[in-house]
Design a protein around this ligand. Structure first.
Ligand code: MEV
Length: 307
């Protein structure tokens, strides 16, 4: 019996979330501590799916899966798949936490369906199919989530313009902490759009901070990079996309030796990141757990460790 398998990592936005929607640059890293995996096989019945959020006929799946449904239908049509399929999704990318769960599931699904047909999806095909699903989860997505997950390398990204691979090799660590609060990226993006005129200056400043962060990565100035991250957090707070829980984790990290800290992704909940020197990792980690983080991960920014 034919099977297909696809896997995709999560993502971390280091700088430039939200402002990237308005044409400002952003920097994102692949996050290899979490993955979405997808298995595809022939179904004797209708198209069905098994996942931690829903198992049953794909037609009866809740609205959350509309993007997956659309992508699957388009793939079946384009690749001329006549059999019905079982889709199993096994993901440890927490949903609605700014770590790219929806894009990771879509990329894994597209890879799996192509493999099922003994084909390999090109980067353009992955981008196009993933965009269909991402449009359900985001409001006019900038494309950065799928781009980073497809490329699996750090990128400096400008919407509809460029996606430049960056070499990050600094002697520092990112501690990633989940507030445990699920949050809708779509809602966060819509909130910012509604008040765009009030936020135009902050959005421009976020772009400038991203460019500074890029410079500091290239010159290996980790304190400079930390300052950019914390200043970015304050700007994101000013445009209304932080939350009390995120602010509490950011302040806890800053008070316990982090070089910088900020929310990461859509905000209104979800995850934050703290940059620190390797010797401060344990202090920052414990401060985040004490301040209420529900889950933490540690990621080295030395080239040989972060992929
Ligand atoms: C979400 O990961 C990043 C946002 O900038 C939205 C987008 O880029 O589409 C908040």
């Amino acid at each position: 019996m034919r099977n297909g398998y696809g896997i995709a990592c999560g993502k971390i936005i280091l700088a430039g979330e939200h402002s990237v929607v308005y044409g400002q640059p952003a920097i994102a890293l692949p996050f290899f501590s979490v993955h979405a995996k997808c298995f595809v096989s022939v179904s004797d019945d209708d198209d069905t799916m098994v996942s931690s959020l829903y198992s049953g006929k794909l037609d009866d799946a809740p609205a959350h899966f509309n993007g997956v449904k659309d992508v699957l239908n388009k793939l079946k049509n384009d690749l001329k798949i006549t059999s019905n399929l079982n889709i199993t999704i096994d993901s440890d990318v927490p949903t609605e936490r700014g770590l790219g769960s929806s894009a990771a599931v879509s990329v894994a699904l597209v890879r799996a369906v192509f493999e099922f047909m003994n084909q390999e999806a090109s980067q353009d095909e992955l981008r196009d199919y993933t965009h269909i699903a991402e449009s359900y989860h985001h409001d006019n997505p900038s494309g950065i989530d799928s781009e980073i997950i497809i490329k699996e390398q750090t990128i400096y990204y400008i919407k509809n313009k460029s996606s430049e691979i960056m070499n990050v090799d600094v002697d520092a660590v990112l501690v990633v902490a989940d507030t445990g609060q699920a949050a809708s990226t779509k809602e966060a993006v819509q909130n910012v759009r509604r008040q765009y005129t009030d936020h135009a200056q902050a959005i421009n400043d976020l772009g400038l901070l991203t460019n500074k962060a890029k410079e500091f990565i290239n010159t290996k100035d980790i304190q400079g990079l930390g300052d950019c991250l914390y200043e970015s957090h304050l700007k994101l707070q000013s445009i209304g996309v932080s939350s009390l829980e995120l602010d509490k984790l950011v302040e806890a990290a800053m008070e316990n030796g982090a070089l910088g800290a900020k929310l990461s992704g859509g905000g209104l909940g979800g995850c934050m990141i703290a940059l620190c020197t390797p010797d401060k990792t344990n202090d920052v980690l414990s401060s985040l757990i004490n301040a209420g983080s529900k889950k933490t991960w540690v990621m080295s920014l030395k080239e040989e460790y972060h992929g």
